[in-house]
Write a protein that binds this ligand. Sequence first.
Ligand code: PGA
Length: 249
Amino acid sequence: MKYLFANWKMYLSHKEAVALSAQYFGLPFDEHCLRVAVFPSMLSFLDVSKNLKQSAIARGVQNVAYTPRGAYTGAVSAELAAEAGARYALVGHSERRYIFGEDNEAIHKKVAAVIATGMTAILCIGDTSEDLANDKADYRVKKQLMRALEGTTIPEGKLIVAYEPVWAIHNSGDAHACEPDKANAMHQLIKEELTQYSDAPVPVIYGGSVTAKNMLSYMACSDIDGVLVGSASTTFDGFKDMMTIAADC
Ligand code: PGA
């Protein structure tokens, strides 16, 4: 099984998100070998979902609150996201960690909250440029995995890990995509680590400056199960090309 996930972040207006989802709707793919999901903003989630209801393209949310229903101004719980039809939830995206100050403890609670609803958590981990310069990339991803997953029961199919080196994410300053062989080596390390937390295999996908041009070089790697695409997923032509490439993998 391969994965093609489109994280629209906050790139699109509501109108643009709804219009793009209507275009996505008609894209054909074989759902037995490819899972496709789109992650619109919380505000656009329901209207985007309406457009994709009859399609095999699943929907996910970019973040959840770990708190249950109650007095939590501004929060949207995992439970509410699941009720609205989300199949996936991103947890611990580096923009949440480093711009909004989310710590490992919150990420641990979010993974558990997402899994408790029956959704699949997509746990995002990745080294910063500082980690890389200090030879701490392996240390960082192992620590993020441990802090997010230790003590959590992970039912089969309810966890995906996204390896997204922070320095490779588009718009993070001097972003440049990670070399596919380096990404693959990190995926191998992540998969080895994951055996401590899950009996079932956990898919590991790559994110960071993926485009239709470089996507195949990642999808062809032995331990890269798919891609999480940000900016390049927000234009129809770019995404259509990526669907065609992913469908052939
Ligand atoms: P990018 O973002 O494809 O724009 O680099 C990927 C992500 O942050 O999920």
